[in-house]
Design a protein around this ligand. Sequence first.
Ligand code: GCO
Length: 477
Amino acid sequence: MTASALPSDFEWGFATAAYQIEGAVDEGGRGKCIWDTFCHLEPSRTKNANGDVACDHYHKFEEDFDLLSKYGAGAYRFSIAWSRIVPLGGRNDPINEEGIEFYNRLIDSLLRRGIRPWVTLYHWDLPQALHDRYGGWLNVHEVQKDFERYARVCYERFGDRVKNWITLNEPWIQAIYGYATGGNAPGRSSTNPLCDEGDTTREPWIVGKALIMSHVRAVIAYNQDFRKDQGGTIGISLNGDYYEPWDSTNTQDAEAAERRMEFHIGWFANPIFLAKDYPASMRKQLGNRLPSFSEEEFAMLAAAEPDFYGMNYYTSQFAKSKGEEAPETDVLGNVEELQSNKDGESVGAESGVHWLRSCPEMFRKHLTRVHRLYKKPIYITENGCPCPGEDKMTKEESINDPFRLQYFKDHLDAIGKARQDGAVISGYFAWSLMDNLEWSDGFGPRFGVTYTDYETLERTPKKSALLIQELIAERQK
Ligand code: GCO
């Protein structure tokens, strides 16, 4: 076995999220979530798409898990919809037994096939009732207690069989897209006319703290009352591109690249993995618009060390310093993001969405950096892409997907190289098991290894789906 080979127990499989695939929004006692409202109130915000039916996974999960078996997956990452478990969301609100039953059937169906469930507790679908009751994620004090209760219900009811928990998916997206750009639910912004009037200069930072403390409480609850008997692991999935300086000879651009990553990753990872304050660059730019942690909260952070770092990685960019003082509405660290550097070199090959280029070399650097800073085993909890032009392709064209296969190959090779550099990377989940609702981009972008026909709901494996197990096996030699 070479140093770069993947270990024989390397965890791998595919990932999805509830709102993107389940459908059946009015069935099984499910309560409304903020995405139901966001899509329906102003359909142009999501290209007239919504999750009402999505892939109808709620009714078709057996068929979908047959595909997982066929693809050779050892693990499957999915999210539980909070509002199926506690339709009104709150800690004193009733538990919905039908929702528990649904996820019991789903988990048992995976286990029967020998597939390990990896469960995300929150993938952006806050119960609408909590948003209405007290402002949802804006109410740091209330929401963390309600999230803890929901997490406890999940450990109690599923933890005998679920051994890998992810508290939150991409808190950065929830905070920034939900409360600054307004491109995601609940769609609050002071700069976006399609949105509810929010305060972009403050709300994202408040929501960030609410997400951090919710994660922390869920981990502490697991440690105190479940870990010993259930013996599982718990972590969080953070997204974040890797940034290189636009001008490699310019120290301001080098600082901008670092600062951009601090605003994206350090914002959550410094408190969560190091029990430290937010990065100094954030405090410097945001002053006391950035909430602080009390002594008691620091003690909670210290008591909630995660077992692993879940990394969602898609692409990288170049960072150019904006120089002048940051406007109050800036959320990116006063950095311009570019896909080519000063010499006109592109960051990588174009995919089927404008924001995603394939840059495996930067992925390697990203892995090494995250390992150096946070020193936890890394699981890639999402990685994938749509092929160029795939949104306009017929099924026959789409299922022949050499671009996606190459993307997987290159990113698995980067994992091997980062392991040689010393990073500990223990698993890989391709995004996604099937084409699904790409949030505000609707059903256009196709990230799946399975083609979804949204008219008939028929699933058809793409070539990469069948070949990914060979890619993994080759690298385990
Ligand atoms: C994420 C998103 C996914 C997206 C994927 C592709 O966690 O980033 O959760 O839901 O579909 O990232 O954009």
